[in-house]
Design a protein around this ligand. Structure first.
Ligand code: BG6
Ligand code: MG
Length: 216
């Protein structure tokens, strides 16, 4: 068994609960176009890129838009979203997340962010977590969205470790698939029904210990 040397963390839904802000902003956009979508449908947007999320939402509303209009709509949604996340505070870090990042660092593990979000730097800054990461790979530095493993492979490279020395923490099905495709171990954050492909599933980082990584 190869020893784990690095932890790669997704951001939205693992470190912070920004899903609620994404939902509010997308809902506002859908409503402005004359339709609505449910929280259940919103689950399908987790871990999915901004462009793909818009395509899915327009599909649910039966609305067709040309490329230029799609770009404008995605920008509008992001303006609303950024307004919301600009007010975030460290109190919005999910339970146990900061303590777990500190436990990993104290154990000598390297730490990278592996997120689809182009807003990751702002979220890390608002929550005071920037210095907790040795590398940040996000929507600004990848060309292929999860389930493609690019974001995590770039994270491993930035940390100077091999993929099989990494464990990925993810709340999205596409994120666990990306970890597996990259040849990495994975910890699902959420429900076992949804994230059953992960090596282990916990409800949050407050349920994790560094010791558990040796059992993956
Ligand atoms: C992911 C979220 O982390 O980032 C998705 O789970 C989101 O819901 C995606 O669409 C892209 O985020 P952003 O901030 O670049 O629009
Ligand atoms: Mg996520």
């Amino acid at each position: 068994m190869t020893a784990i040397k690095a932890c790669l963390f997704d951001l939205d839904g693992v470190i912070v609960d920004t899903a609620v802000y994404h939902y509010k902003a997308w809902k506002q956009l859908a409503n402005s176009l004359g339709f609505d979508f449910t929280e259940h449908q919103n689950e399908q947007l987790k871990g999915v890129s901004r462009v793909r999320s818009l395509e899915l939402i327009l599909g649910w509303g039966g609305v067709t838009k040309i490329a230029d209009e799609q770009h404008e709509l995605a920008t509008l949604k992001n303006t609303w979203y950024v307004e919301m996340i600009s007010k975030m505070t460290p109190a919005e870090i999910l339970p146990g997340a900061k303590a777990y990042l500190e436990e990993c660092r104290a154990a000598g593990l390297k730490i990278a962010l592996g997120s689809a979000s182009k807003n990751s730097p702002l979220i890390l800054e608002r929550t005071g977590l920037t210095s907790h990461f040795d590398a940040v790979i996000d929507g600004n530095s990848v060309t292929k969205a999860k389930p493609d493993p690019e974001v995590f492979l770039k994270g491993a490279e930035a940390l100077g470790v091999q993929p099989n020395e990494c464990v990925v923490f993810e709340d999205a099905v596409a994120g666990i698939a990306a970890a597996i495709a990259g040849g990495m171990k994975s910890v699902g954050i959420g429900s076992p029904e949804l994230l059953g492909d992960a090596d282990v599933v916990v409800t949050g980082l407050d349920k994790m210990t560094v010791g558990m990584l040796n059992t993956l």
